[in-house]
Design a protein around this ligand. Structure first.
Ligand SMILES: NC(=O)c1ccc[n+]([C@@H]2O[C@H](COP(=O)([O-])OP(=O)(O)OC[C@H]3O[C@@H](n4cnc5c(N)ncnc54)[C@H](O)[C@@H]3O)[C@@H](O)[C@H]2O)c1
Ligand SMILES: [Zn+2]
Ligand SMILES: [Zn+2]
Length: 341
């Protein structure tokens, strides 16, 4: 079967791969849709691991249920991409995202477990989740990034009436802003270096206003607008400029959630946190419960994530789609891949 693999720095290739069969009880699926994630972009930019077949946000149809006796051929499913050991203290306490093994064999993020940029996949059985018919394939492919935003907002523990800034209007920023509003924030702003994405956050109704992160006056404007700073800042970029801003525009005693990931060390003025007793909290992935909650919220139509989907492409367009998502000017936020197109 044909799949898309990392070839080099910012370069994919389409190559042949053996079709997966069920092994150690794994569930085999036909992939319907796979999302391109901001984390995948880091691997593509770095050019490796070479040969990596990404795609950890997907919807598929079971062709071999493997060890899952509760599943049958034809069931629609998704899965948590993480691969926790199930035995360590973190796993036993319901925090698989802290398990030291969780990313080593993660589906679509490791060479051993190829992801959904291919027509078929083999998935660790206990990570597979059956989805209801009322949630469309495109929505199912959006569950994983939605759960990242939900986890960040759960950790923020936003109070009704709070003022919230989300830095970065990629999909993680947009779903975080959406959940901040649902939690009762009175003012949600997004700051962006890409004006098209900033405007889009307002147009889609997840932000009340957007701020141009390229303008040096913006920080002062934000502090003035919020009479001294935001109660909560959700940092969804990971670079030094964004992390520094997150510590500057949060009010004294406020809380900053760091969601953005940087592959390189980031230098930040920690004095901003020390002098104003900031609560700085990291956020990684989600719990199984949060993942399921996102499916439930979609099924009950309490959230609309389809509005974030900009395009659906075939495997041949994956390279161009990554270029589009990293152009810095295009307003596209989420592109789904249909590997059978
Ligand atoms: N912690 C986790 O569990 C987790 C999970 C998924 C993704 N992530 C990370 O979260 C980040 C966001 O993911 P995404 O999919 O939305 O990525 P993305 O690349 O689509 O979005 C990042 C956005 O930040 C903007 N930006 C860059 N520098 C900025 C600055 N200084 N100020 C304001 N905006 C700026 C970019 O224009 C872009 O729109 C990535 O670093 C990703 O790796 C973390
Ligand atoms: Zn993702
Ligand atoms: Zn574990």
């Amino acid at each position: 079967m044909r799949c898309v693999a990392i070839k080099g720095v910012r370069e994919f290739e389409i190559k042949e791969m053996d079709e997966p069969v069920s092994k150690d009880g794994s569930v085999v699926i036909d992939v319907k849709k796979t999302g391109i994630c901001g984390s995948d972009i880091h691997y593509w930019v770095a050019g490796g691991p070479q040969g990596l077949v990404m795609g950890h946000e997907y919807c598929g149809i079971v062709t071999d249920p493997g060890a899952r006796e509760d599943l049958k051929v034809g069931d629609r499913v998704t899965a948590l991409p993480i691969s926790p050991c199930g035995k360590c203290e973190a796993c036993l306490k319901g925090n698989p995202q802290y398990c030291p093994d969780t990313w080593t064999y993660a589906t679509g993020l490791s060479l051993t477990n190829p992801g959904g940029l291919a027509p078929k996949m083999s998935i660790r059985p206990d990570m597979v989740i059956k989805v209801p018919d009322s949630v469309s394939d495109n929505e199912v492919a959006m569950v994983e990034p939605t759960a990242v935003g939900l986890h960040a907002i759960h950790l923020a523990d936003i109070k009704v009436g709070a003022k919230v800034l989300v830095i970065g209007g990629g999909i993680i920023g947009l779903v975080s802003a959406m959940f901040a509003k649902m939690e009762g924030a009175s003012y949600v702003a997004v700051s962006e270096t890409n004006a098209a994405r900033g405007e889009k956050a307002v147009k889609l109704g997840v932000a009340d206003e957007w701020y141009d992160a390229k303008n040096p006056e913006t920080i002062n404007e934000m502090i003035k607008k919020t009479s001294g700073g935001f109660d909560f800042v959700i940092e969804c970029c990971g670079n030094a400029a964004a992390v520094s801003t997150s510590l500057t525009v949060v009010k004294p005693g406020g809380r900053t959630i760091l969601v953005g990931v940087s592959m390189d060390p980031v230098t930040i003025p920690t004095v901003l946190a020390v002098m104003r007793e900031l609560d700085v909290q990291g956020a990684i992935a989600y719990t199984r419960e949060e993942f399921q909650t996102c499916i439930d919220l979609m099924a009950s139509k309490q959230i609309d994530v389809l509005k974030f989907v900009d395009d659906i492409v075939g495997l041949e367009q994956v390279q161009a789609s990554y270029e589009r998502l990293t152009s810095g000017t295009d307003d596209a936020v989420k592109i789904l891949v249909d590997p059978n197109r």
